[in-house]
Design a protein around this ligand. Structure first.
Ligand code: TNX
Length: 510
């Protein structure tokens, strides 16, 4: 800019200020031309909240202030009842628990919501309005300007998730936190953790200790695995909660259970423990449907896992049970569902559970590829009153390769480029599925080929923000050409955060 002539500077200033490159796109935004906010050295974050909401609202303010201190070097205190950046929970409840209003003018930035959660969502918008360097971990030179704007915003869907498969490859608490940080920037509100599969059991269960000490010892490829102790898991739940993501733990059953079967011989129908498995096949393992012990095992496991889960959903898997006869499968899922609800949680499962009993409040996760069978199961589930979360594998699976040259990932559901991942509508994808049955979207990331967080980032970015937008923004806002331009603006932000994103050549990164 400092090479530009004074004349071009003037003409830029006179051109209509474009809408900022926000993802997800807000419901409504109005540029306030002629208004610019400058964050100066005396900036403070003010909290205006009723006593019941004050502590949580202050936490949201502290998170914002802490980041601004790091990047601006200013003191940025958090103060009651004033501030140049004001967070108020006295907002209208008509925008819902997650909705917020944000106004930037020459005097202040004001975020108003009905809840601390709404403030948090508003802060994620503010972070995208600030210059990218505001996300830096070290002090940067200002100025810290934000163009005037008035936004009113609330989500299209209540369920906006992503899943991390920590079984096929284990990810440390620090790596999970990094993923939470990045997901929370795009207003995702569910973190589904795939905690048990053939290749590893990753969550401590006191009543069945060998699940982790033995069943968690390896991962795909035979390298050392790992597991979360109760303290580790509590820390993930806490960290996610502070960023307004609810953890949904998944214990995959009755298939995908080799790690458990290897750990306890008595869980097997023939009483013989198979060896640990470090390959990537699916569909070969099954819990023993006819054994009573199977259900006391599940009661212990779902009991301990539920006790550690503040959210109201527990995922029992249910996918690809190719070694469980169908009648047994239905018997098993119905019993397992009753155990989950007995621990006070709603049942979630992959779409195969669509033809089981599905207790009230169940959530079915569609992972089909436009095939008749998967669509039918999703529709059956809806007919029984269950909600459907949309994770179409040929669009929302973050482990699918972008193109044939992508260095890792799978391609069984096809190649999924950035446009394909974004260009679908969650409520019309499955014909004749009532719109009211769709709870939202989730982008799963399976980790057979992903053994470190850099690879996870490469597969999730830039596709995850697109799924986040499908979950948050109104259908009328979804437009690939416009989205692509907003996405381009995230590149410099990811550079500041050292996100190892795939620089898809069709995006004009800036
Ligand atoms: C299918 S999707 C699976 C997983 C694999 C994934 C790989 C689903 C419910 N089951 O076991 O990891 O494909 O993309």
């Amino acid at each position: 800019a400092f090479l530009a002539s004074p004349l071009s500077v003037v003409s830029t200033a006179e051109a209509a200020t474009p809408a900022p490159a926000l993802i997800p796109k807000p419901v409504s935004q109005q540029v306030l031309s002629g208004e610019t906010f400058t964050l100066g050295s005396s900036a403070a974050v003010g909290v205006i909240a009723s006593p019941a909401k004050r502590a949580a609202a202050t936490k949201v303010a502290e998170q914002l202030a802490a980041q601004l201190r790091r990047s601006t070097g200013y003191a940025v205190p958090v103060v009651p009842d004033a501030g140049t950046i004001r967070l108020s929970t006295n907002g209208t409840s008509s925008l819902g628990a997650e909705g917020y209003q944000l106004r930037v003018d020459r005097t202040a930035v004001t975020i108003t919501a009905a809840t601390p959660e709404g403030l948090f969502r508003g802060v994620t918008t503010l972070r995208q309005l600030l210059p990218a360097k505001a996300d830096s971990a070290a002090p940067q030179a200002g100025p810290w300007k934000i163009a005037g704007i008035a936004i009113a915003d609330s989500p299209r869907f209540a369920y906006r998730g992503t899943m991390l498969d920590v079984s096929r490859h284990f990810f440390s608490v620090a790596e999970v936190k990094r993923y939470i940080d990045l997901a929370s920037r795009y207003k995702l509100n569910k973190l589904h953790l795939h905690l048990a599969d053939d290749q590893g059991w990753r969550i401590q269960v006191d009543s069945w200790p060998r699940l982790t000490t033995y069943g968690g010892s390896l991962e795909v490829g035979g390298t050392p695995g790992g597991y979360y102790t109760k303290a580790d898991f509590a820390e993930i739940v806490r960290y996610a909660g502070e960023r307004y993501l609810t953890v949904i733990p998944e214990i995959d059953t009755p298939g995908h259970t080799n790690a458990a079967l290897a750990s306890y011989a008595e869980l097997n129908c023939n009483g013989v423990a198979p060896p640990l498995y470090t390959g990537t096949n699916v569909g070969f393992s099954s819990l023993c449907v006819g054994k009573e012990l199977t259900y006391s095992f599940l009661d212990d496991v779902f009991g301990e896992v539920s006790a550690q889960t503040p959210g109201d959903i527990v995922h029992l898997g249910g996918d690809e049970a190719h070694s469980t006869p169908h009648a047994d499968y239905v018997t098993f899922v119905n019993k397992a569902s009753t155990i989950v609800t007995g621990h006070g949680k709603r049942v979630m499962g992959w779409h195969e559970i669509g033809d089981t009993a599905l207790p009230a409040g169940s959530v079915v996760q569609y992972w089909g590829t436009d095939d008749t069978k998967s669509r039918d199961l999703a529709r059956q589930a809806a007919t029984k009153g269950a909600k459907v979360v949309m994770s179409p594998a040929n669009r929302a699976y973050l482990d699918m390769k972008y193109n044939k040259d992508t260095p890792y990932g799978l391609s069984w559901a096809g190649l999924v480029n950035v446009e394909k991942a974004y260009s679908w509508n969650p409520t019309t994808l499955i014909p004749n599925l009532p719109e009211s049955a769709v709870a939202g979207v989730e982008a799963p990331l399976w980790s057979e080929t992903l053994d470190d967080i850099d690879k996870v980032e490469f597969m999730a970015f830039p596709r995850l923000p697109g799924i986040a937008e499908l979950g948050w923004s109104p259908a009328s806002a979804l437009n690939w050409t416009a989205y692509k331009d907003r996405l381009a603006g995230q590149g410099s932000r990811w550079d500041v955060l050292s996100v190892n994103f795939y620089r898809a050549p069709e995006i004009a990164w800036r």
